[in-house]
Structures are given as C-alpha cells and as structure tokens.
Design a protein around this ligand. Structure first.
Ligand SMILES: Cc1cc2nc3c(=O)[nH]c(=O)nc-3n(C[C@H](O)[C@H](O)[C@H](O)COP(=O)(O)O)c2cc1C
Length: 306
C-alpha cells in the first residue's frame, strides 16, 4: 500500500509535508531547471515588505562550520512588483503558495501587506516573518522575542485575513514556548520553527567581521539540534501544526523534525548545496514509511517516546 503523506495546515491541504524555506528558494523560477517544482508540498517565497529593499551591504554571507551566516537584510522588490512580476509565474505552478511578509519599522505594515494579499485567490497562506535578525539593527528586539508584541501582530493580521496564517518564530529567545503560545492565542494557524540563530564570524587577519553588518543569522546543520529541540518543546505545549526547519539536508534529518512533533518540514540552506534536495526528501520519506511498514507520516509525527 502507498503510504499517506498528505498533511493539513489549518484548512490548507498539502499533498506532501515538504516545503522550501523563505529566502532560500527565491521566487521558485530560479530552481525550475533543477527539480520538478510541482512536486513540492508548498513554496514559501522570499520575505516581501511593503516597499522595495536593497538589503544590507556586502559581504552579507559567509560559510561557517556546518552552516552559513547571512545578513541579506530582506532584499526584495516590494509588494507591488512582487504581485506584478513574480506572482503570475508562481500561480501557474499549481503548488500551494505561502507568502512571507515582514515590516520594516512599524508592525502595522504587516496588516497593510496582509490586507492586499488577502485579495489574491492564488495565495494559500501568509507567513509572518516576525523573526528576521537582519533588519532592525544590532540592538533592536525582534517581535518574536516578546510574547505581547507577537500576540499584537498576529492578532491584528488575523482580523484582516481569512487566509491560513503561519507565524515564524526565532530561536533567539529564552523560552520559545511562551512565544508560540502567544501566537496560538492570537489566532495563528501554525508556527514555523525556526528562523536563523544570531551568530558572528571574524577574520583574524583583517580583524573584521566576515559580514559587513557584523552580526548575522546562522543556518544549516549547525543549528539543527537547537531547531529540533524548539519543535519538541513547542509540540508539547500547543495543539496547532508546527512547520519544522533548521539544518535539514536529507531524509533522516527531516525525520528528526517529524519525530519531534512537526507536521511539515521546510528545507533551507541545503537548497544552495543541492537544489533538488527537497524533491529527493519527499521520495525519501515515502521510502522510509514503506520500509518501516507505516501507513503514513501521521504515524511518525510527534512519536518520539518521552
Ligand atoms: C540566505 C538566507 C536568506 C534567508 N531569508 C529569509 C527570509 O527572507 N525570510 C525568512 O523568514 N527566513 C529567511 N531565512 C531563514 C530560513 O528560511 C530558515 O528559517 C533558516 O535558514 C533555517 O533553516 P535552514 O538551516 O534549513 O536554512 C533565510 C536563510 C538564508 C540562509
């Protein structure tokens, strides 16, 4: 029998539980030569803001042991150009589209963005990026570092859209469950865990940070144990679905997240190493279920013995 790998995120039905993480897959067309995009469970687009952004000064990425640092600073063409130039291509793919949005300074921008996106039928869900470490300067707090601020943003967006709402959280907190609970109380349909972990890498010869902005976001296998732990902690506290990510590079690393309680997984940095990896992981999950005589992915989700 064919194992069942379909999952639901609120009212959104996905044919499989593998998506691509915001900011690591562009607007999908960049990857069309490497894999059948139609195979993906969903596509999460690079975060957009109301106005276009040039992003942070170069250099803004560097390799680290088992990962990378980035401080792209949310470079994006802005809402209007996204709708005009990027959305028509994405719409044709027939894959659920999750549009990631962020505010640049005032959290009210989340509401303005959501109101506009709510009018577009082709969009399945909105992901609130309240956890980008690279836009508000070195000392500013993220919305996702404060339960009250998280509640307010999610609640205000919830009031203006009936689309499935996903809230993306930061691992740069003492207790991620408090933030997840606030987001759930405010009406998010799911939480995405996790955005990058803040980090720094210094060139001892130039005595400068390898990233122009100084601090950056760490991603890749280096953060996987932190991300899995976040999923596991949140899974035990809230009932809504979790989209797990952080260092997924193959089927076994994806399965860690399902076992910890994630309903779906997102593949990020690994897309830069093997642009077809997300499709390979979908096949890998099917094989794992078959080999272990499991009826479907739901038997795996949250099944870690405590
Ligand atoms: C180059 C780069 C750009 C990213 N841009 C975004 C972004 O625009 N919005 C967002 O929510 N996350 C962004 N992320 C974070 C990823 O979506 C993901 O949460 C994180 O990298 C952890 O997953 P990974 O280890 O599989 O990459 C970015 C990550 C990288 C590496």
């Amino acid at each position: 029998m064919k194992p069942l790998i379909g999952v639901n995120i609120g009212k959104l039905k996905l044919k499989n539980p593998v998506m691509v993480a915001s900011g690591t897959f562009g607007y999908a067309s960049e990857f069309a030569d490497f894999l059948d995009l139609k195979k993906l469970g969903a596509i999460v687009t690079k975060t957009i803001t109301l106005r276009p952004r040039q992003g942070n000064p170069m250099p803004r990425t560097c390799e680290t042991p088992a990962g990378m640092l980035n401080s792209i600073g949310l470079e994006n063409p802005g809402l209007e150009v996204f709708i005009k130039d990027k959305l028509p291509y994405l719409n044709k793919l027939g894959v659920p589209l999750i549009i990631s949005i962020a505010s640049e300074s005032d959290p009210k921008e989340f509401v303005l963005l959501a109101k506009e996106l709510d009018k577009i039928k082709a969009i399945s869900a909105i992901e609130l990026n309240i956890s980008c470490p690279n836009i508000h300067g070195r000392t500013a707090r993220l919305v996702a570092q404060d339960p009250m601020a998280t509640y307010k943003v999610v609640n205000s967006v919830r009031k203006v859209t009936g689309k499935v709402l996903i809230t993306k959280l930061s691992p740069n907190v003492t207790d991620i469950t408090q933030i997840a609970l606030a987001a759930a109380k405010a009406g998010t349909d799911a939480v995405a865990l996790v955005n990058t972990l803040t980090g720094m890498s210094i060139d001892h010869l130039t005595r400068r940070s390898k990233i122009a902005a100084g601090i950056a976001g760490l991603s890749g296998p280096a953060i996987r144990p932190v991300a899995v732990r976040c999923c596991w902690e949140v899974f035990r506290k809230i009932k809504i679905p979790i989209i797990g990510m952080g260092g997924i590079i193959d089927t076994s690393s994806a399965l860690e997240f399902f076992l910890a309680g994630a309903t779906c997984v997102s593949v990020g940095t690994a897309n830069f190493v093997n642009p077809a990896i997300s499709a390979e992981i979908i096949d890998g999950i099917r094989n794992y279920l078959r080999e272990n005589k499991l009826t479907g992915i739901k038997e795996v989700i949250g099944s870690l013995p405590l």
